[in-house]
Design a protein around this ligand. Structure first.
Ligand SMILES: *[C@@H]1O[C@H](CO)[C@@H](O)[C@H](O)[C@H]1NC(C)=O
Ligand SMILES: *[C@@H]1O[C@H](CO)[C@@H](O)[C@H](O)[C@H]1NC(C)=O
Length: 108
């Protein structure tokens, strides 16, 4: 369905990482984000929320880039970075499920 989107996400990712790497770093990672901090406006489901949160954690571990961590969670996992993280973690087979979950959480 969205192989073109996937390509765009990956390209976006590859282009933006060096840009973020060049920015001043703020190595102050809030440990656990919560539903309301992320401005999620949908239905809170713990299973969904912590799984998506975990994806962003893993993505951060992969790139060691705090900006990625923040951007991944932006807009209640609604930014293109979240999809890019799914790609980067090779979870694209479950992409539809995760997109559905973030719709539930974020009420897009
Ligand atoms: C990290 O962020 C928290 C919350 O925003 C703040 O209270 C704390 O002082 C910050 N720590 C550092 C080392 O910047
Ligand atoms: C939360 O989502 C999971 C996975 O989709 C589902 O199995 C579970 O029933 C949901 N829990 C609630 C309280 O809706």
């Amino acid at each position: 369905m969205c192989s073109r989107n996937i390509k765009i996400s990956v390209v976006l990712f590859l282009v933006l990482i060096p840009i973020f790497a060049a920015l001043p770093h703020n190595h102050n990672l809030s440990k656990r984000s919560n539903f309301f901090d992320l401005e999620c406006k949908g239905i809170f489901n713990k299973t969904m929320f912590f799984r998506l949160d975990r994806i962003c954690e893993d993505c951060y571990q992969l790139f060691r880039e705090t900006s990625i961590h923040r951007l991944c969670k932006q807009e209640c996992f609604g930014s293109p970075f979240f999809n890019a993280c799914i790609e980067a973690l090779q979870l694209h087979e479950e992409m539809d499920k995760y997109n559905e979950w973030r719709d539930t959480l974020g009420r897009k």
